[in-house]
Design a protein around this ligand. Structure first.
Ligand SMILES: Cc1ncc(COP(=O)(O)O)c(C=O)c1O
Length: 297
């Protein structure tokens, strides 16, 4: 910084701090080339993490998923040690204990726009750290309304890629209908997941979530909730919910890094169960909270 301002002067939501290829600067001032393949092709990946009371939740799992996304796209040249150092430096510069951390890595810029990428490109690494103001407190307690929407995405949803048009259109459709999220429905009627969260339900007293496959993102929170479900010995199946079962779904909830465990009380104007968050959802919310409280006493 050469303008005499301290980095801490950027410590407001409007002045989110970024780290672009190792340089710390206000997010609004971070610029990349129009030749960047992230801009031209969506050729890149991202991760979103939650810094809570000074610790990044499930840091190891997020880094593992990031590494896997890079590998699946043959996106080389990212030094994970250096990336972690950059994350630490940016968090420290932001001086925040509770933050949303966004990481995006693209394949970088080539001299010309060609679909096939040349070897030897230098990836573009962006990190930004934004104060976390929890928008879900009331929704976690009361539950949310969702719509169903066709799952228009590609066949590698297990990669956390920048190509999010299917998610974007569904999220906007939900917003237009006054709902908070959209359950994505595959051509065969499978409820895969939501636009930015994993999906769980309860049918015939058994918890259900889809198995990890190219049809869904391997949600970090999903993985953790499954661990809790196993530890508590709750009956469950890793099998997708299906549109034909909708009337038998007694409970439904979403999981995600910042949403945590979010009850769904209405789908397409039809109540789920009695229209309030169900007992298994509440149990898992409590278990999640307990874990977090232990981790950050
Ligand atoms: C499509 C999709 N599914 C699920 C999730 C939840 O994943 P996680 O628990 O790792 O935040 C996300 C998060 O961004 C997502 O985009």
């Amino acid at each position: 910084m050469d303008d005499g301002r301290s980095l801490n002067d950027y410590n407001t939501p409007m002045n989110t701090l970024a780290n672009l290829n190792g340089q710390i600067l206000p997010l609004a001032e971070a610029k990349v080339s129009v030749l960047d393949r992230g801009f031209l092709f969506g050729d890149g990946i991202y991760e979103a993490m939650h810094l809570a009371a000074g610790r990044i939740r499930f840091y190891k799992e997020h880094l593992a998923r990031l590494q896997r996304s890079l590998a699946e796209l043959n996106l080389g040249g990212v030094d994970l040690e250096r990336l972690q150092q950059r994350i630490t430096a940016t968090v420290q510069a932001a001086g925040l204990a509770d933050a949303f951390i966004y990481i995006q890595i693209t394949r970088g810029s080539a001299p010309r726009r060609t679909h096939a990428y040349p070897d030897g490109l230098i990836p573009t690494e962006l990190i930004y750290v934004e104060p976390f103001i929890d928008p879900y407190t009331e929704q976690r307690s009361r539950g949310i309304r969702v719509i169903t929407f066709p799952d228009l995405r590609w066949r590698r949803c297990d990669i956390k890629s920048l190509n999010l048009l299917g998610n974007v259109l569904a999220a906007r459709a939900a917003q237009d209908r006054g709902a908070n999220e959209a359950i994505l429905v595959a051509d065969d009627g499978t409820w895969t997941e939501a636009t930015r969260s994993s999906l769980f339900g309860v049918v015939d007293g058994r918890l259900r979530t889809g198995p990890n496959s190219p049809a869904i993102l391997p949600g970090v929170t999903r993985g953790f909730i499954l661990r809790i479900i196993r530890d508590l010995g709750l009956p469950h199946d890793e099998r997708h919910l299906h549109r034909d079962e909708a009337s038998r779904v007694a409970e439904l909830f979403l999981t995600g890094t910042t949403a945590e465990v979010l009850p769904i009380v209405q789908v397409d104007d039809r109540p789920i169960g009695v229209g309030t968050p169900g007992p298994l959802t509440r149990k898992l919310q409590a278990a999640f909270r307990e874990y977090v409280a232990k981790e950050n006493p």
